[in-house]
Design a protein. Structure first.
Length: 64
């Protein structure tokens, strides 16, 4: 059983190496930076949309 697990692990490693060589897998460090950037951008958009909602709500109350 353990020999089979070792063989499967070796095949997975070989496939991953081939995928990396062919450029099918993104560079993990660059991918990590992109994901962090998009997370920050998403938080900022949500923050400013929430502020905009508050301002619009306040403006509509004052207009009444």
């Amino acid at each position: 059983m353990q020999a089979r697990a070792i063989k499967l692990k070796a095949q997975e490693d070989e496939q991953r190496a081939l995928d990396e060589e062919l450029g099918l897998l993104p560079d993990t460090r660059a991918f990590h930076h992109v994901m962090r950037y998009t997370a920050v951008a998403d938080r900022k958009v949500r923050y400013w949309m929430q502020r905009l909602r508050r301002l619009l709500r306040r403006a509509s109350k004052q207009a009444e």
